[in-house]
Design a binder for this molecule. Sequence first.
Ligand code: ADP
Ligand code: ADP
Ligand code: MG
Length: 480
Amino acid sequence: MKKKILVANRGEIALRIIRAIQELGHTAVAVYETPDNDALHIRVADEAVWLGDGPRADYLSIEKVIKAARKVGADAIHPGYGFLAENPDFAKACEESGIIFIGPSSEVIGNLGDKVMARKIMAEANIPMVPGTQNLKAGDEGVDEAVAFGAKYGYPIMLKATAGGGGRGIRRVEDEAQLREEVHVARAEAMAAFNSDNVYIEKVVLTPKHVEVQILADAKGNTLHLGSRDCSIQRRNQKLVEIAPSLLKDQALVDEICDTAVKAAKAANYFNAGTVEFLIDKDMNYYFMEINTRVQVEHTVSEMVTGIDIVRTQIKLALGKDLAFTQEDVQIRGYAIEVRVNAEDPQNNFMPEGGKKVLVYRSPGGYGVRLDGFVYQGYTIPEVYDSLLVKLTVFGFSWNETVDRLRRCLDNYVITGPKTTIPYYLNVVNDPDFQAGDFDTSFIETHPQLAEYEEQGSEVNKLARLLAEIHHEQENKYAI
Ligand code: ADP
Ligand code: ADP
Ligand code: MG
């Protein structure tokens, strides 16, 4: 039966979800705030509801989103990622309003969004993890607990916000003196960012690879994985480049990590799509880090190598269907790489470049190329949201072919107006360590030369490129 599904998000992920809803024959409803008046997701959706002037506050308002869903008579809400996606109160408000929340239950989101609780559930299921503490006690007692942990396990250690996410609320502490100072600071920061001042400690995994596993689970408890992803290439603990499958050479180890992820999901009574994240040390020991209870930015790479539409599957599972395939049906064919094309200046510590107009936009295409974006020529990027413009995902039969395809796409890609991460990624694809799969989460810090390229912003350069684009000029043009 035709359903009406509201998408409580914006940008590329709103479009991604709207497309899946429409392909399933359902009605897609967009929501938006005033800074997004020109956004593509409003135009592509079948219906749209204005939430308010924002910025952000209305996208984040449980009350307003539920009111919008009631107004249009929505049967279900897809939260995307970010915003309300991992807010158990939002899932609960949907449950109480008789609206299907496309994701796990509010209870599961609440348990797994609490990193200390998640670690407790995983410890009971014998999932390997680094040593860590409970929530530190209030005041100086908590500082003493932290210092005792440091004395027992050694430094560096990681001070983490229990309710943290999006790479925020994580501090690496090098010694006891720093720890004594930072516990209070971390608490205050956690309170401001996540409305909870709980912090805890984890031992640091040195030079780790970030490897994660995509999970799908139906209401009957059938749980399977779509293989691994490597998301080690990060800045400020946030991912920039993601690869499927992971480039670990030991296939038995990869299989074991994937099976452990399924076990972890089952231990948490997981339902719908989710991701189990692990860190891997240089001796190939792996440790549970967290479960993200939503669709991930980088879900595209798993889709490309398995052929499974994760968002479509999410919707079908939430509407009561069982998984239509088994673990044996899931085959990993080839490789996929996603790069996050952000309006950021890699030469200036990846500072956001929002508020600028896209003057020329010419995207790559062809075999094995996928673009999930929302910008168009003449579009002014709102300053108030995050800097992701487009996810460029390429697929190839072999790793080398995939890298070659990515290089070609980045070379073909023209975005003028804001500075973007494109020229940085061109250096990444040409980097021997990247090509050899030899990288960990310190890759960006240890490869400062990746930010060395001709300045994107120089006026002459910009103007020349603009004119060439406007007149469709080709520099290397000959006549016979
Ligand atoms: P992780 O898998 O570690 O959670 P992601 O980078 O996929 O890493 O996303 C982390 C969180 O960061 C998301 O839940 C979301 O809150 C936020 N985030 C990242 N990229 C975006 C984006 N483009 N738009 C909105 N939120 C984002
Ligand atoms: P978030 O919820 O913000 O995604 P995570 O717990 O997933 O937080 O950690 C994000 C990133 O921070 C990881 O991908 C990794 O690079 C780094 N990190 C987190 N915990 C550790 C740790 N114990 N040791 C080393 N690096 C860590
Ligand atoms: Mg994470």
